[in-house]
Design a protein around this ligand. Structure first.
Ligand SMILES: [Zn+2]
Length: 299
């Protein structure tokens, strides 16, 4: 089949035009949102490829295409940032998947940005390293402030021939214009039987009104949108067995982070620490089906 932006990048079927969305860089840049009626993948059919422009220093400071991220603050103030809830949740998910052997299990955070999750895990004795595929523009833009980048970040060369027990890609796949190629890059990094744990929003509850969904509101950088079955198909095309692990311990904290982030909170607080979020996270999950997205088990 000929590759065309009008054919689904996941299953190859013809797709429908959903609508036009406007980005921020430059202001009012127009993007076209399409949807595949067969596998329910949705995507921006005219994505940017000038990564050094969109993943600029401003982007990492929360002043770029996605105003809800501020990686610099997360890295400089790890005990203060709201993201601490997400990191704690992910560490708990990691421990629950590996049970007693978690201290020996190796973890790679793929798309680690400045490496804040890596630093969080290392401080707690976890064997976590990071890799940032857009590392070069990142290093260039932040080279004057080297202290910002975590030391356990691997280069592309370091990764050659390495395999990990667990790979996370936290809110990364929605940035990939070719998600099958993205998964194909990751698969050799995981030992057979190891896990790919990726987070991205679940488009299914928003299928009838996709254009209003918060994930599609920053089309300069968010270009690929999945439903659970779409992600399962993409995983199975790359030698992963899709597996629904359900509401693993740790998900309550990951969802707590997502709720507070979307309410525009930036910092954690004693009130949020003590708030009984388990029930709120559980109810939120019923609506948004965060945990319906499958994990990939490397075959
Ligand atoms: Zn499709």
């Amino acid at each position: 089949m000929t590759k065309s932006p009008l054919n689904c990048p996941i299953c190859g079927a013809g797709t429908d035009f959903v609508g036009q969305i406007f980005g921020r860089i430059p202001p009012n840049q127009a993007y076209f949102l399409r949807h595949c009626p067969k596998c329910h993948f949705s995507y921006i059919s005219n994505p940017r490829d000038d990564y050094a422009t969109i993943y600029s220093e401003e982007y990492y400071r929360g002043l770029g295409a996605d105003p809800l991220v501020n990686y610099e603050f997360d890295h400089q103030m790890p005990d203060l940032t709201l993201r601490q809830y997400e990191w704690a949740g992910l560490s708990r998910i990691f421990k629950s998947l590996f049970k007693a052997s978690y201290q020996k299990a190796t973890w790679l955070d793929y798309g680690c940005g400045l490496g804040s999750l890596v630093a969080y895990g290392r401080k707690r004795g976890l064997l976590v390293s990071g890799y940032e595929p857009y590392g070069d523009p990142l290093k260039d833009s932040l080279s004057e402030n080297k202290a910002l980048t975590e030391t356990n970040i691997l280069s592309t060369q370091d990764l050659a021939g390495r395999e990990f027990d667990f790979v996370t890609a936290i809110e990364v796949i929605e940035h990939a214009a070719d998600p099958l190629a993205f998964l194909a890059q990751i698969r050799p990094l995981i030992k057979p039987g190891g896990f790919l744990f990726l987070t991205t929003g679940n488009a299914k509850p928003f299928r009838s009104n996709l254009i209003k969904w918060s994930y599609v509101s920053c089309p300069d950088v968010h270009v690929s949108f999945f439903e659970p079955e779409t992600l399962a198909l993409a995983l199975s095309k790359n030698n992963f067995r899709p597996f629904n692990a359900g509401f693993l311990p740790g998900f309550a904290q990951v969802i707590k982070y997502k709720i507070l982030k979307n309410l525009k909170f930036k910092k954690r607080s004693l009130f949020f620490d003590l708030c009984p979020f388990s029930a709120i996270s559980f109810l939120t999950n019923l609506k948004y089906q965060v945990t319906a997205m499958p994990i990939g088990i490397a075959e």
